[in-house]
Design a protein around this ligand. Sequence first.
Ligand code: MG
Length: 283
Amino acid sequence: MAETKYRRILRTPREIAKMRAAGLVVWEAHQAVARLMRPGVTTAELNQAVRQTFAKHGAEPLFLNYGGPPPFPAETCISINEELVHGIPGPRRVRQGDLVKIDTGCRLGGWCGDAAYTHAVGKVSEQAQRLCEATLGALHLAIKLMHSMTKWSQIAREMEAFVNDFGFHVVDSMVGHGIGKNLHEPPQVPNLFDPAWAAREDFDLRPGVVIAVEPMVNIGTHRLRELSDKWTQVSADRSLTAHFEHTIAITADGPRCLTGPPQGDELSQVSEPFRQPATWLTW
Ligand code: MG
Protein backbone atom coordinates (compact mmCIF):
# COMPACT_ATOMS: atom_id res chain seq x y z
CA MET A 1 0.00 0.00 0.00
CA ALA A 2 1.30 3.47 -0.88
CA GLU A 3 2.44 5.81 1.91
CA THR A 4 -0.28 8.37 1.16
CA LYS A 5 -2.92 5.73 1.87
CA TYR A 6 -1.58 5.15 5.38
CA ARG A 7 -2.22 8.77 6.24
CA ARG A 8 -5.90 8.10 5.72
CA ILE A 9 -6.09 4.86 7.67
CA LEU A 10 -3.85 5.57 10.67
CA ARG A 11 -5.57 6.62 13.93
CA THR A 12 -4.04 8.61 16.77
CA PRO A 13 -4.02 7.19 20.33
CA ARG A 14 -6.79 9.67 21.18
CA GLU A 15 -8.94 8.43 18.29
CA ILE A 16 -8.28 4.84 19.33
CA ALA A 17 -9.46 5.69 22.86
CA LYS A 18 -12.74 6.95 21.35
CA MET A 19 -13.08 3.77 19.31
CA ARG A 20 -12.57 1.79 22.52
CA ALA A 21 -15.55 3.59 24.07
CA ALA A 22 -17.68 2.56 21.07
CA GLY A 23 -16.23 -0.97 21.27
CA LEU A 24 -17.29 -1.29 24.91
CA VAL A 25 -20.89 -0.52 23.97
CA VAL A 26 -20.72 -3.20 21.26
CA TRP A 27 -19.29 -5.60 23.88
CA GLU A 28 -22.18 -4.81 26.22
CA ALA A 29 -24.73 -5.35 23.44
CA HIS A 30 -23.29 -8.83 22.91
CA GLN A 31 -23.54 -9.51 26.66
CA ALA A 32 -27.20 -8.45 26.63
CA VAL A 33 -27.89 -10.86 23.75
CA ALA A 34 -26.02 -13.69 25.49
CA ARG A 35 -28.32 -13.39 28.51
CA LEU A 36 -31.39 -13.94 26.34
CA MET A 37 -29.96 -16.67 24.13
CA ARG A 38 -31.98 -19.85 24.66
CA PRO A 39 -34.36 -22.08 22.71
CA GLY A 40 -37.63 -20.23 22.09
CA VAL A 41 -36.31 -16.67 22.01
CA THR A 42 -37.09 -14.85 18.76
CA THR A 43 -34.41 -13.13 16.72
CA ALA A 44 -36.45 -9.90 16.99
CA GLU A 45 -36.12 -10.12 20.80
CA LEU A 46 -32.35 -10.54 20.48
CA ASN A 47 -32.19 -7.52 18.19
CA GLN A 48 -34.27 -5.51 20.67
CA ALA A 49 -31.62 -6.15 23.37
CA VAL A 50 -28.99 -4.65 21.07
CA ARG A 51 -31.21 -1.68 20.22
CA GLN A 52 -31.85 -0.97 23.93
CA THR A 53 -28.15 -1.20 24.78
CA PHE A 54 -27.22 1.31 22.08
CA ALA A 55 -30.05 3.65 23.15
CA LYS A 56 -28.97 3.48 26.82
CA HIS A 57 -25.47 4.68 25.87
CA GLY A 58 -26.61 7.21 23.27
CA ALA A 59 -24.82 5.21 20.55
CA GLU A 60 -25.88 5.21 16.92
CA PRO A 61 -26.60 1.78 15.41
CA LEU A 62 -24.52 1.29 12.26
CA PHE A 63 -26.38 -1.59 10.66
CA LEU A 64 -29.90 -0.08 10.73
CA ASN A 65 -30.71 1.34 7.27
CA TYR A 66 -27.29 0.33 5.94
CA GLY A 67 -26.88 -0.11 2.18
CA GLY A 68 -29.60 -1.47 -0.06
CA PRO A 69 -31.95 -1.20 -1.67
CA PRO A 70 -33.55 -2.45 0.42
CA PRO A 71 -31.67 -0.90 3.36
CA PHE A 72 -30.90 -3.33 6.19
CA PRO A 73 -33.93 -3.14 8.51
CA ALA A 74 -32.42 -3.85 11.96
CA GLU A 75 -29.61 -3.03 14.41
CA THR A 76 -28.22 -6.55 14.30
CA CYS A 77 -27.48 -9.17 11.68
CA ILE A 78 -28.75 -12.49 13.06
CA SER A 79 -27.91 -15.53 10.94
CA ILE A 80 -28.74 -19.12 11.88
CA ASN A 81 -27.01 -22.38 10.84
CA GLU A 82 -26.37 -22.28 7.05
CA GLU A 83 -26.92 -18.50 7.16
CA LEU A 84 -23.48 -16.95 7.55
CA VAL A 85 -24.02 -13.19 7.68
CA HIS A 86 -26.58 -10.42 7.10
CA GLY A 87 -29.59 -12.40 8.36
CA ILE A 88 -32.62 -10.21 9.19
CA PRO A 89 -34.15 -10.52 12.70
CA GLY A 90 -37.87 -11.31 12.96
CA PRO A 91 -40.34 -13.81 14.41
CA ARG A 92 -38.09 -16.86 13.92
CA ARG A 93 -37.42 -18.74 17.16
CA VAL A 94 -33.99 -20.02 18.10
CA ARG A 95 -33.91 -23.81 18.55
CA GLN A 96 -31.79 -26.20 20.55
CA GLY A 97 -28.73 -27.15 18.48
CA ASP A 98 -28.67 -23.95 16.40
CA LEU A 99 -25.56 -21.91 15.60
CA VAL A 100 -26.75 -18.31 15.96
CA LYS A 101 -24.46 -15.61 14.59
CA ILE A 102 -24.84 -12.14 16.07
CA ASP A 103 -23.07 -9.26 14.30
CA THR A 104 -23.51 -5.65 15.33
CA GLY A 105 -21.77 -2.28 15.50
CA CYS A 106 -22.32 1.25 16.75
CA ARG A 107 -20.89 4.76 16.54
CA LEU A 108 -20.25 6.70 19.75
CA GLY A 109 -18.72 10.18 19.86
CA GLY A 110 -18.10 9.96 16.11
CA TRP A 111 -16.14 6.68 16.17
CA CYS A 112 -17.15 3.09 15.42
CA GLY A 113 -16.88 -0.43 16.83
CA ASP A 114 -17.94 -3.75 15.27
CA ALA A 115 -17.95 -7.34 16.61
CA ALA A 116 -19.58 -10.72 15.94
CA TYR A 117 -20.09 -13.91 17.92
CA THR A 118 -21.43 -17.38 17.09
CA HIS A 119 -23.62 -18.85 19.85
CA ALA A 120 -23.98 -22.63 20.04
CA VAL A 121 -27.47 -23.03 21.55
CA GLY A 122 -27.70 -25.92 23.99
CA LYS A 123 -26.08 -29.10 22.81
CA VAL A 124 -24.84 -28.83 19.22
CA SER A 125 -23.30 -31.51 17.00
CA GLU A 126 -19.63 -32.35 17.38
CA GLN A 127 -19.00 -30.93 13.91
CA ALA A 128 -20.69 -27.67 14.84
CA GLN A 129 -18.45 -27.44 17.91
CA ARG A 130 -15.35 -28.04 15.80
CA LEU A 131 -16.51 -25.39 13.32
CA CYS A 132 -16.77 -22.82 16.12
CA GLU A 133 -13.37 -23.91 17.44
CA ALA A 134 -11.79 -23.46 13.99
CA THR A 135 -13.36 -20.04 13.41
CA LEU A 136 -12.69 -18.59 16.85
CA GLY A 137 -9.24 -20.17 16.77
CA ALA A 138 -8.50 -18.36 13.50
CA LEU A 139 -9.47 -15.03 15.10
CA HIS A 140 -7.32 -15.69 18.17
CA LEU A 141 -4.41 -16.79 15.99
CA ALA A 142 -4.65 -13.56 14.00
CA ILE A 143 -4.60 -11.44 17.18
CA LYS A 144 -1.61 -13.37 18.49
CA LEU A 145 0.30 -13.01 15.23
CA MET A 146 -0.41 -9.27 15.14
CA HIS A 147 2.21 -9.02 17.92
CA SER A 148 4.98 -10.23 15.64
CA MET A 149 4.04 -10.29 11.95
CA THR A 150 4.29 -7.09 9.95
CA LYS A 151 2.15 -7.76 6.86
CA TRP A 152 -1.55 -8.66 6.91
CA SER A 153 -1.10 -11.17 4.04
CA GLN A 154 1.18 -13.27 6.27
CA ILE A 155 -1.50 -13.48 8.94
CA ALA A 156 -4.24 -14.23 6.40
CA ARG A 157 -2.15 -17.14 5.13
CA GLU A 158 -1.85 -18.55 8.67
CA MET A 159 -5.58 -18.16 9.31
CA GLU A 160 -6.39 -20.03 6.12
CA ALA A 161 -3.98 -22.88 6.95
CA PHE A 162 -5.41 -23.12 10.48
CA VAL A 163 -8.98 -23.52 9.15
CA ASN A 164 -7.93 -25.93 6.39
CA ASP A 165 -6.36 -28.20 9.03
CA PHE A 166 -9.87 -28.75 10.40
CA GLY A 167 -11.06 -29.70 6.89
CA PHE A 168 -13.29 -26.60 6.71
CA HIS A 169 -13.33 -23.71 4.23
CA VAL A 170 -12.67 -20.01 4.63
CA VAL A 171 -15.23 -17.85 2.85
CA ASP A 172 -13.37 -15.61 0.43
CA SER A 173 -16.17 -13.42 -0.90
CA MET A 174 -16.60 -11.66 2.46
CA VAL A 175 -13.70 -9.93 4.20
CA GLY A 176 -12.86 -7.87 7.27
CA HIS A 177 -12.27 -4.15 6.94
CA GLY A 178 -10.72 -0.98 8.20
CA ILE A 179 -12.95 0.90 10.63
CA GLY A 180 -12.91 4.45 11.97
CA LYS A 181 -15.49 7.21 11.62
CA ASN A 182 -17.38 4.79 9.39
CA LEU A 183 -18.12 1.10 9.68
CA HIS A 184 -16.44 0.03 6.45
CA GLU A 185 -13.23 1.81 5.52
CA PRO A 186 -10.08 0.74 3.71
CA PRO A 187 -8.15 -1.49 3.86
CA GLN A 188 -9.86 -4.77 3.02
CA VAL A 189 -8.86 -7.48 5.50
CA PRO A 190 -9.13 -10.91 3.82
CA ASN A 191 -9.11 -14.14 5.81
CA LEU A 192 -7.01 -16.09 3.32
CA PHE A 193 -3.97 -15.54 1.17
CA ASP A 194 -4.85 -14.09 -2.20
CA PRO A 195 -1.74 -13.21 -4.24
CA ALA A 196 -3.61 -10.71 -6.43
CA TRP A 197 -4.94 -8.89 -3.38
CA ALA A 198 -1.54 -9.00 -1.67
CA ALA A 199 0.20 -7.50 -4.72
CA ARG A 200 -2.33 -4.67 -4.84
CA GLU A 201 -3.42 -3.92 -1.29
CA ASP A 202 -1.31 -5.67 1.34
CA PHE A 203 -0.63 -3.41 4.33
CA ASP A 204 1.75 -3.12 7.25
CA LEU A 205 0.52 -3.61 10.80
CA ARG A 206 1.96 -0.36 12.05
CA PRO A 207 0.73 1.54 15.13
CA GLY A 208 -2.50 3.35 14.31
CA VAL A 209 -3.98 0.68 12.03
CA VAL A 210 -7.48 -0.29 13.25
CA ILE A 211 -9.20 -3.22 11.57
CA ALA A 212 -12.23 -5.45 12.06
CA VAL A 213 -10.90 -9.00 11.83
CA GLU A 214 -13.71 -11.43 11.07
CA PRO A 215 -13.03 -14.99 9.93
CA MET A 216 -16.06 -16.64 8.28
CA VAL A 217 -15.93 -20.40 7.82
CA ASN A 218 -18.18 -23.00 6.20
CA ILE A 219 -18.09 -26.73 6.84
CA GLY A 220 -18.68 -27.38 3.12
CA THR A 221 -18.15 -25.20 0.09
CA HIS A 222 -16.66 -21.73 0.55
CA ARG A 223 -19.24 -20.35 -1.85
CA LEU A 224 -22.23 -18.29 -0.70
CA ARG A 225 -25.67 -17.56 -2.10
CA GLU A 226 -27.90 -14.58 -1.37
CA LEU A 227 -31.50 -15.22 -0.31
CA SER A 228 -34.45 -13.43 -1.93
CA ASP A 229 -34.54 -10.90 0.95
CA LYS A 230 -31.43 -9.41 -0.79
CA TRP A 231 -29.41 -9.62 2.44
CA THR A 232 -29.03 -13.06 3.99
CA GLN A 233 -25.90 -14.89 2.80
CA VAL A 234 -26.10 -18.68 3.09
CA SER A 235 -23.51 -21.32 2.26
CA ALA A 236 -24.21 -22.49 -1.31
CA ASP A 237 -24.48 -26.13 -0.15
CA ARG A 238 -26.44 -25.18 3.00
CA SER A 239 -23.67 -26.49 5.24
CA LEU A 240 -23.15 -25.00 8.70
CA THR A 241 -21.26 -21.71 9.00
CA ALA A 242 -19.55 -19.71 11.77
CA HIS A 243 -18.32 -16.13 12.21
CA PHE A 244 -16.38 -14.34 14.97
CA GLU A 245 -15.16 -10.76 14.87
CA HIS A 246 -13.34 -8.18 16.96
CA THR A 247 -12.21 -4.62 16.23
CA ILE A 248 -8.45 -4.55 16.83
CA ALA A 249 -6.08 -1.57 17.02
CA ILE A 250 -2.35 -1.84 16.55
CA THR A 251 -0.80 0.36 19.23
CA ALA A 252 2.80 1.08 20.23
CA ASP A 253 2.33 -1.70 22.83
CA GLY A 254 0.96 -4.24 20.34
CA PRO A 255 -2.57 -5.21 19.29
CA ARG A 256 -5.44 -4.06 21.48
CA CYS A 257 -8.91 -5.58 21.26
CA LEU A 258 -11.32 -2.61 21.20
CA THR A 259 -14.45 -4.79 21.49
CA GLY A 260 -13.12 -6.93 24.34
CA PRO A 261 -14.26 -6.90 27.98
CA PRO A 262 -13.79 -3.87 30.27
CA GLN A 263 -10.59 -3.65 32.25
CA GLY A 264 -9.85 -1.61 35.38
CA ASP A 265 -11.61 1.78 35.32
CA GLU A 266 -13.52 0.81 32.21
CA LEU A 267 -15.91 -1.21 34.39
CA SER A 268 -17.63 2.06 35.29
CA GLN A 269 -18.42 2.63 31.60
CA VAL A 270 -20.58 -0.50 31.32
CA SER A 271 -24.07 -0.89 32.77
CA GLU A 272 -24.37 -2.33 36.26
CA PRO A 273 -25.73 -5.79 35.33
CA PHE A 274 -22.61 -6.43 33.25
CA ARG A 275 -19.91 -5.70 35.85
CA GLN A 276 -19.41 -9.28 37.05
CA PRO A 277 -16.61 -10.96 35.05
CA ALA A 278 -17.83 -14.43 36.05
CA THR A 279 -20.97 -13.86 33.95
CA TRP A 280 -19.27 -12.55 30.82
CA LEU A 281 -19.46 -13.98 27.36
CA THR A 282 -15.83 -13.93 26.20
CA TRP A 283 -14.30 -14.48 22.81
MG1 MG B 1 -17.38 -6.22 10.33
